[in-house]
Design a protein around this ligand. Sequence first.
Ligand code: GLN
Length: 484
Amino acid sequence: MSVIQELHRQLTGKERSATEITQAYLDRIAALEPRLHSFLTITGDRALEQAAAIDKKIAAGEPLGPLEGIPIALKDNLCTQGVKTTCASRILENFIPPYESTVTQKLQQAGTISLGKTNLDEFAMGSSTENSAFGSTANPWAIDRVPGGSSGGSAAAVAAGECAVALGSDTGGSIRQPASFCGVVGLKPTYGLVSRYGLVAYASSLDQIGPLATTVTDAAILLGAIAGHDPQDATSLKAAVPNYTQYLKPSLEGIRIGVIQETLGDGLSAPVATAMDLALKELENLGATLHPISCPRFAYGLPTYYIIAPSEASANLARYDGVNYGYRDDTANSLLDMYTKTRAQGFGPEVKRRIMIGTYALSAGYYDAYYLRAQKVRTLIKEDFETAFQEVDVLVCPTSPTTAFKAGEKTADPLSMYLSDLMTIPVNLAGLPGLSLPCGFDSEGLPIGLQLIGNALREDVLFHVAYAYEQATPWHSKQPEGLS
Ligand code: GLN
């Protein structure tokens, strides 16, 4: 049984109250946070109030929805009315949104209990959660390792059992890479399937919100609750949202799986390569057929992304000028001086680096050479996927070329940090859904992730393949030791 299903059973069977369950998670958070720092804000009082309301419903004999009373954690770039939303940035350190994001509103309506807001790389820019202005997060599997990023707080919280499930956001891999590093399931949905209203924008044409969970079933339940058309988001798709749990089947008979050849060569660490081999054999055992697939433009994803994402970021982050909200420098003696000082003090080094790259790439003299060219390459990458999906139902590759690296190992070298998203970025550029799930451990006991990539709106196939693989393998049932 998944965590959501088990908690639902306990609630409806009156084995434990919502208050008891919530208190147990809050106690675990209190015990683990000094070591992990997954959370930036913990909303214990609110959570217990929400739990009391659920308990009233149960006492009155009212039927309980599948997510009612389920404790969740939210990445701190999702606007929550009345609760600080910092994006792990000094510039939003005291920002309390006057409105609620669509996804968190949907989850409130579904009866989930929010435990708090999780740590991230500042404005979701990073791959290790070390770019947070409020301190980094540790990997529950090894305290001296990073949890991945930028949704490192959410992934660590799920892996450590500080919440039942969590939400993250993914612009170039920020749900899947931390899921891989922390040994949990993470899904980046098709672009437009989940509303971005109230998600603080990083790179709007790439950002998507998605679930992090310990099982495929929980990820499927959570996606069902947050997906769907939203008139508040102009890029939101008018697609029907099925009950994704209907696709969770154990056999892969008739499923064609494409293995992206370009992802299996040099650069892959030995344990990841071995785990991939074994995973492919397992998928075949389950009835799927394997097909070598070439995506020749896959490798251009990284340079393309580092033009497009910073360009969009430089435009999106122009709004933090100290005038409307957020931090303002009070010592300045002119408007320009105030803008300059506010931004110089409010943003961290990685955010500044990207604003500068983006501003440069969009400037009149360089627009054609960089931004326009990157958009053309983006189309070519998309074409590679389109060709592939004429032959296969799903593509597989590692989520990340390595397991979780040591804290501090890559902070001085942004390029080597960028490389950890080599395999996830093309999926965002093409707007496709991608799911990472545990597929083994290296010799140090660090989790390895398998990435499944689907055609647009084919989350059903991803859940099907992931579920069958999960049921046939032991990886998801292992938990980090030495925490409690
Ligand atoms: N690590 C990538 C970056 O630094 C992706 C981040 C993300 O998906 N938000 O931009």
